[in-house]
Write a protein that binds this ligand. Structure first.
Ligand SMILES: [Zn+2]
Length: 538
């Protein structure tokens, strides 16, 4: 391998010698091509006019800065019609005319500039034996040409905060290619519309629920279908639900303060509803007794072996138990069954207060009561309802003070019980949700509306939107009505969002990327520099 190819020099350049002076590697390089093309007329010529030298910094080598001393030539142009008589030979791809840094070193500096900010870039460069400055890094980054935006069919548009939430910009995303297309310095409709006008090929614009981007799309891409982003629609819905919850919970709190005083006045030797338990069946009782006896016997064995001086490891091995369990039993010094049994809970418990109330009102049909609690979300067995009624016949059960255990939820936290898919709630959350739905008829109705809307959204059943809006308008729930009113004003776009698979979901990720880049710039980012760094991000 020749020295020249080791350095990655182009074929027409030949390394002649090298020398280390003050930690800088000086490499003498000569141009060897016998001909050169005139930049004026492209004619090849071999008539050399003169020799001269150029200097250029190149990629570091072995931890040394490298300076090339290039011996190059001037040629005569032999074309009589060409206005240029003499020209310097071109090394274009490797070294631009007049450049003092090779193209490949320039690209390295750009990469450093894109990955860090100017000041840090200069320090990093010095560690990598690349001599550069903050300003020259920034100048290089700013000079990078904006990538050509070719065909964009599905455009996602959203805002992002720039400079601590005081200034906002707009991000435009190609939803099909998952690429940021451009950043705009504000979120005004004129700016976004002007950008869209240059792209008559756009067929769909996915946007938030604000009026700015809606008007931008109408003005800039009138041919496109507007799609209200599902995430933003769901967010609006959750805001409406939160307002509703805040109002209803406040009303209920006021009402329950009266009820609490009344219950306390009654005093009680009665069975609080939280403590009702269905009687255990005979076979269950039997099983529990057997297990208990077995454990007791085993415990006696552990004690006996312990007295013989065996270690817990040896005892565990002999009894086929875990050493940790043996140690735990010995440490506690009691029969293992004393572990308190978990409070028995069933899916039915949250509905017990409701059934009790209905029972007291005179509804004694198990089947009817089962139907009613099912309507409120109970998904357990009918048998459990009957077992509860059995208990009611033999005990006097009271609902305890406060009736419903809701207070540990703020309306903000409760919203998520209403918004999440019921399958994604854990056991306790399901109970809490049931308690909310039972606590107030309007909460139950709200829950049904919310879940119906979300299902429409998940299953892309936009054609049901009209019916849903009509029902909500008739519901008498002002917060949901106001949400429905807003949806009605932007109905075509919301309906498209509920029907088409297009969404701005990925834009969120792109905005996160912008934030990361912004943060790396230590808040000193000017918009043009941020835009360059985002569009050319590595
Ligand atoms: Zn020429």
């Amino acid at each position: 391998m020749s020295f020249s190819s080791l350095l990655g020099l182009p074929a027409e350049l030949q390394a002649r010698s090298f020398e280390l002076v003050d930690h800088i590697l000086l490499i003498e390089v000569a141009a060897t091509a016998s001909e050169s093309a005139c930049p004026g007329c492209q004619c090849q010529t071999s008539r050399i006019h003169s020799h001269y030298t150029r200097k250029a910094a190149d990629l570091a080598c072995g931890g040394h800065q490298v300076r090339l001393i290039l011996h190059v030539r001037k040629f005569f142009c032999t074309n009589r019609d060409c206005p240029r008589k003499i020209f310097a030979e071109r090394l274009t791809a490797f070294l631009e005319p007049w450049a003092r840094v090779t193209t490949r070193l320039g690209q390295e500096i750009e990469a450093i500039g894109l990955a860090s900010c100017g000041r840090l870039g200069a320090r990093l460069g010095s560690r990598l034996s690349i001599e550069t400055s903050r300003t020259s890094i920034l100048r290089r980054v700013m000079k990078l040409a904006s990538p050509e935006t070719d065909q964009v069919v599905h455009l996602g548009v959203d805002d992002f905060s720039f400079r601590r939430g005081r200034t906002f910009g707009t991000v435009l995303v190609d939803l099909q290619r998952h690429q940021i297309l451009d950043l705009l310095p504000d979120r005004q409709k004129e700016t976004a519309a002007a950008w869209m006008k240059k792209h008559p090929e756009i067929t769909h614009v996915s946007r938030d629920r604000g009026s700015e981007y809606a008007s931008a799309a109408s003005a800039g891409a009138p041919q496109a279908i507007q799609v209200a982003d599902r995430f933003h629609v769901a967010k609006n819905l959750s805001e409406a639900v939160q307002q509703l919850l805040a109002r209803v919970l406040l009303e209920m709190k006021a009402a329950s303060q009266g009820a609490e005083a009344a219950t306390e006045a009654r005093g009680d030797s009665l069975l609080p509803i939280e403590e009702w338990r269905p009687a255990q069946e005979e076979s269950v009782k039997q099983t529990i007794a057997t297990r208990r006896a077995e454990r007791q016997e085993r415990y006696q064995q552990v004690i006996a072996l312990c007295e013989q001086g065996l270690t817990s490891q040896e005892m565990a091995l002999r009894l086929g138990m875990k050493a940790r369990t043996v140690r735990e039993w010995l440490h506690k010094g009691v029969a293992p069954d004393t572990r308190p049994r978990r409070k028995y809970r069933s899916d039915f418990d949250p509905y017990a207060p409701y059934v009790l109330k209905r029972w007291q009102e005179g509804q004694h049909s198990g089947r009817q009561l089962w139907r009613e609690v099912r309507f409120q979300g109970y998904s357990g067995s009918e048998r459990m309802v009957y077992r509860f009624l059995e208990t009611l016949k033999t005990n006097e059960i009271v609902t305890s003070a406060g009736t419903h255990r809701l207070p540990h939820y703020t309306s903000t936290a409760a919203v998520w019980l209403f918004m999440r898919h019921p399958d994604h709630l854990d056991e306790i959350e399901r109970e809490d949700l049931a308690a909310f739905r039972l606590a107030h008829a309007s909460l139950n109705t709200t829950y049904q509306f919310v879940q119906d809307f979300l299902q429409m959204m998940r299953d892309r059943e936009g054609e049901r939107l009209d019916a849903w809006l009509t029902q909500v308008h008739e519901s008498g729930l002002p917060e949901l009505q106001s949400f429905a009113h807003g949806v009605g004003q932007d109905k075509a776009a919301v309906q498209a969002g509920l029907t088409l698979p297009i969404s701005n979901g990925q834009v969120e990720g792109q905005v996160t990327k912008i934030k990361l880049i912004k943060r790396m710039m230590y808040g000193r980012a000017t918009f043009p520099l941020l835009r360059q760094r985002v569009l050319h991000a590595l």
